[in-house]
Design a protein around this ligand. Structure first.
Ligand code: ARG
Length: 495
């Protein structure tokens, strides 16, 4: 630190001014804020989480102010030096966050001014907390969306791995939770891969609209200084696919828009809904009545009273937390309703729901990727401890509900019967099988022929689970050939 800087910092009165601002903002105020109001309006204990984005935004702004000749190169250097120290202090836990300084922005600015004097006071030239906070939230969320993208990919890879190992495993496919038709368990897993693929696409789309620069809008109307907003956008990586800077085009909209956050929470809600549907299935499948799968013990808990219990707490909690995230979406969208242009303090309420949505989604995706696909064993390079499948239980269940009845109808249609007539004929056959408490495939040929004379010996092939599965060989169908094709498509996409 140079002597001149040290002197200016040491003699700076401004930190004290900011420090006591909560008592009275400026000469305009005749009485200090009450303690209750201070607590009510302060956001620092949750928005301090934005500190890295706040410093990055300030540094980009200061660099541009210097490049435009609005502040001196020395002031710019002092700001950089001060911010480097603040970064260290925050990282080491030495930084003293003050409730009196209301939010992350004022806390950092006050400390900067304490450290570097007037240069710190010049940082806010051509800027307002209104465009500052909008920028911070966007920068922060952009980073989180990238992490969520990675986690969504991991979860998809887990599901694809399970799918690959279970292409030939047959379980009853359900509609109305009634046995419908046999499906491949691999096919079933890939249904979720499709959902999470769309979730990842939605996130990428939200990222595009999030990664736009509000700074330079100042309080609401723009500013009188000759700012270079595109330069700031470039510095902050707020650029499109071609590297062109992307800047909010209307200052009023820039400081008041939170729809990027609402959109994100909507995309997160949908993603959680998909997790919740998977949770519901895992819970059902691992109940004693189904016994289709097991999840590793570390994702379950016991009961304090019933010694035999192993409860699927993780999927249950994920299902529960889905309600919480959907609730945040409702909170955020309602927050915007009725706000006149431009910035209103209501917007400070965007942070907790947004932060909690990000935390909940990230934790959930991480835990599901591991619960489904297992954990990497560094010794073998293999993932271990994912869900365990019980193919016998699945096939047994598929044999119970006349899952191949449609196949018998299709068989008759191929013999020339109109589908509606075939449907009716098979209904009689199912009724007979139910009376004998057996499957369609267990009815003797003579009995089957009593429903229709054209039924021949080859009918048994189509009445078998495997025959039924193999026959559904249309694009997107459950036949193993189709499932393998889809697996290859996903593998390429996720590589
Ligand atoms: N903490 C505030 C927020 O989160 C920062 C913006 C404050 N602006 C203002 N004009 N009071 O929205």
């Amino acid at each position: 630190m140079s002597k001149a800087q040290a002197t200016s910092a040491d003699s700076a009165p401004s930190h004290n001014q900011l420090d006591t601002k909560a008592q009275a903002w400026s000469a305009l105020f005749s009485e200090p804020m009450s303690d209750l109001v201070k607590r009510y309006t302060s956001s620092v204990f949750f928005d301090k989480r934005l500190w890295q984005a706040d410093i990055a935004g300030s540094l980009a702004h200061a660099e541009m102010l210097a490049a435009q000749g609005i502040i001196s190169a020395e002031d710019h250097a002092s700001i950089q030096r001060g911010m480097a120290q603040i970064t260290q202090e925050i990282e080491s836990g030495a930084f003293e966050w003050k409730l009196d300084l209301e939010d992350v922005h004022l806390n950092i600015e006050a400390r900067l001014t304490q450290l570097v004097g007037d240069a710190g006071k010049r940082l806010h030239t051509g800027r307002s907390r209104n465009d500052q906070v909008a920028t911070d939230v966007r920068l922060w969320l952009r980073g989180e969306i990238d992490l969520i993208g990675d986690l969504l990919k991991e979860l998809q890879v887990s599901l694809v791995n399970v799918a690959e190992q279970n292409v030939e495993v047959i379980l009853p496919g359900f509609t109305h939770l009634q046995v419908a038709q046999p499906v491949s368990f691999g096919h079933h897993m890939l249904a979720y891969v499709e959902m999470f693929k769309r979730d990842a696409e939605r996130m990428a789309d939200v990222r595009r609209r999030t990664n736009v620069l509000p700074l330079g809008s100042a309080a609401l109307a723009g500013t009188t200084y000759p700012l270079d907003r595109e330069r700031v956008a470039k510095t902050l990586g707020m650029v499109d696919a071609n590297g062109t800077p992307v800047v909010c085009q209307n200052s009023l909209d820039a400081v008041s828009d939170r729809d990027f956050a609402i959109e994100f929470t909507a995309a997160a809600s949908l993603c959680m809904v998909h997790v919740s549907r998977l949770s519901e299935e895992l819970i059902i499948w691992m109940s004693q009545n189904f016994g289709f799968i097991k999840i590793a013990d570390r994702f379950t808990t016991g009961s304090s009273i019933m010694p035999q219990k192993k409860n699927p707490d993780v999927p249950e909690l994920a299902r529960g937390k889905t309600g919480r995230v959907v609730g945040h979406l409702m909170g955020l969208i309602t927050l915007m309703k009725g706000q006149p242009l431009a910035y209103n303090k209501d917007n400070q309420e965007d942070k907790e729901p947004l932060f909690d949505t990000v935390d909940t989604l990230k934790d959930t995706l991480r835990i599901f990727a591991e619960m489904v696909g297992g954990q990497l064993n560094p010794a073998t390079g293999q993932k271990e401890g994912g869900i365990t499948v019980n193919p016998q239980a699945m096939e047994q269940a598929a044999l119970k509900g006349y899952a191949t009845a449609t196949d018998l109808a299709d068989y008759l249609v191929k013999k020339g019967l109109p589908f509606r007539d075939a449907h009716e004929t098979v209904a009689h056959a199912v009724k007979a099988a139910a009376t004998h408490a057996c499957d369609l495939s267990e009815l003797p040929l003579t009995v089957l022929q009593s429903f229709h004379p054209q039924i021949e010996k080859d009918v048994y092939e189509c009445l078998s689970l495997r025959g039924s599965l193999n026959a559904r060989n249309t694009l997107g169908g459950t036949a193993p050939a189709q499932v393998h094709a889809q697996l290859a498509r996903h593998r390429t996409r996720l590589a």
